[in-house]
Design a protein around this ligand. Structure first.
Ligand SMILES: [Zn+2]
Length: 264
């Protein structure tokens, strides 16, 4: 089974507007594909990928509930495994985590720069503890982000300090810290945290990727693309070129994710 652990989709009525403003902020012409559910599902079929984790982000306390309602609506699609999101400034963030778990969602995603917090802030501790108690998988955008120049609120060094706060699985996107990969080797390699490959196609040098897979271990690496921003098929082919044996490639492409998500 091949699983893309890092994709994004939006409700049809806002998909085009949402991605065109993000593309403009990054200096991109546009996404690789449209960010709608139908287009993602046909892309998965086209590139022979079985399932995708659809990551959602509450960008404000006000839209948190609607974002999670949308996430829940995605459980209707066999190909999608939607994650929810809470905003740290929402007074009802802890209750919303319970609602996410009750809805059957398997995890939550944070984007520290987008949501205006640093992962080491004390106000996040009760949220991390509740996520752990509920057994939710926690995904963080990690490292730099093209939209937020010069700030990293989830750097490898910052995250290494709070990793012990979690007793449920944590996934750090972009191989643990976009564009901060030497720090990932220094602070996170070999620790009990998953790294996804999102948005590393054409941006992460192959020898560095091979070293990180080798030191961290192929059991804790997950295929991710960051679709619609980058190609799913390109990321799957890239992973196969990183130099590990066939068994480890199989784990990264989907076996690790299948176990983590408790899929049959
Ligand atoms: Zn992403």
């Amino acid at each position: 089974m091949i699983i893309d652990f890092h994709t994004h989709v939006f409700p049809d009525r806002i998909a085009e507007r949402a991605v065109s403003s993000m593309a403009a902020a990054c200096g991109m012409l546009g996404p690789h594909i449209e960010a709608s559910v139908d287009v993602l599902i046909s892309e998965l079929r086209r590139v022979d990928v079985d399932k995708a984790v659809a990551l959602n982000i509450a960008t404000s306390p006000q839209n948190m509930r609607a974002v999670n309602d949308f996430a829940q609506s995605l459980t209707a699609y066999d190909e999608l495994i939607p994650f929810g999101s809470v905003h740290p400034a929402a007074p009802d963030a802890l209750d919303e985590l319970a609602r996410i778990a009750e809805a059957g969602l398997k995890g939550v995603k944070f984007h520290p720069e987008n949501q205006g917090f640093c992962v080491t802030e004390d106000r996040l501790i009760p949220i991390y503890e509740k996520i752990s108690r509920l057994g939710l998988i926690c995904v963080f955008h990690a490292g730099m982000d093209l939209r937020y120049r010069g700030c990293a609120y989830c750097s490898p060094e910052q995250f290494s300090a709070i990793l012990p706060a979690f007793s449920s699985p944590v996934v750090l996107a972009h191989m643990g810290g976009y564009m901060l990969w030497e720090d990932v080797l220094k602070h996170l390699a070999g620790r009990d945290v998953y790294l996804d490959t999102a948005y590393t196609y054409g941006t992460m040098p192959r020898p560095l990727a091979a070293e990180l897979v080798n030191v961290h271990g192929a059991d804790k690496i997950l295929l991710g693309s960051d679709s619609p921003w980058m190609g799913i098929g390109e990321h799957a082919r890239m992973v196969a070129l990183w130099g590990q044996n066939e068994e480890d490639t199989r784990k990264i492409l989907g076996e690790n994710a299948r176990k983590l998500l408790c899929l049959e």
